[in-house]
Ligand binder design. Structure first.
Ligand SMILES: *Cc1c(COP(=O)(O)O)cnc(C)c1O
Length: 231
């Protein structure tokens, strides 16, 4: 049962090594442990082992877990968010990695206002247009980010990408590099009320490459919790 603690330690070491290779400080990168599909006892074990942030990809599942586990750490939303779940998401999560439409941005802003808080979000960019997964296409991306500038209860703080799965992590590298370039572009524009300090990129199989390319948050499930139970 000490397995999760051991794997968490290994992930942290590999993160630090990747940071050093890239001439970065290890504390520049935050670890979001993705607990989707993982039962409560293992999540508790992970928390005891020192998981700093938890990430979920479904609002309902997160709601049930948060009801039991509470908030010993922050909870992040990393999966596609439907507009009709925006209110609940604002209540549950400290950060949303998957903002991908102006409609959703407006809903998050509206519910943020009602709850008296500023909703923190990353814009998820879809770098492969034909992929049906969530994310805003590059062509629409600048206008979405600019539009959020007007929303006083929504603060965009960075970008997120979920590249297609490649067996060889090196194949993810161009996607991570592209996301960093987009982020740098936006930084130059210095849009009011838009921060561009963060890049959420890298998962169990490619987080080291992502850190080399500038990730400030990595989203890691399997490498910490082991394979997710199916069914
Ligand atoms: C599941 C998931 C992850 C983590 O995937 P692993 O391969 O288990 O590390 C990261 N990001 C998102 C958006 C996910 O849905």
């Amino acid at each position: 049962m000490a397995e999760i603690k051991k794997r968490l330690g290994e992930v942290k070491q590999r993160m630090a090594a990747a940071a050093r290779r890239a001439g970065r400080g290890p504390d520049e990168i935050q670890l979001v442990a993705i607990s989707k599909g993982i039962p409560l006892p293992q999540i508790r074990e992970g928390l005891e082992a020192g998981i700093p942030i938890l990430g979920e990809n479904r609002v309902q599942e997160a709601r049930e877990k948060i009801a039991v586990l509470g908030r010993p750490v922050s909870w992040h939303m990393v999966g596609h968010l439907q507009t009709n779940k925006a209110k609940l998401a604002v209540e549950l999560f400290d950060l949303i990695h998957s903002l991908d439409s102006l409609r959703l941005a407006r809903e998050l802003d509206r519910h943020g206002q009602a709850a008296g808080k500023v909703v923190r979000a990353f814009v998820q960019v879809k770098l492969v247009p034909e992929e049906t997964k969530s994310g805003v296409e590059e062509a629409d991306f600048f206008s979405l980010v600019e539009a959020t500038s007007e929303l006083s209860n929504l603060k965009v703080e960075g970008l997120m990408v979920l590249p297609p799965f490649f067996r060889d992590p090196e194949e993810s590298r161009p996607f991570f590099r592209r996301l960093r370039e987009l982020r740098d572009h936006l930084r130059e524009r210095a849009i009011p009320n838009v921060g561009m300090q963060h890049l959420s990129m890298g998962m169990s199989h490619d987080f080291e490459v992502a850190i080399e390319e500038g990730a400030t948050l990595v989203r890691i499930g399997t490498a910490i919790f082991g394979p997710r139970p199916t069914g």
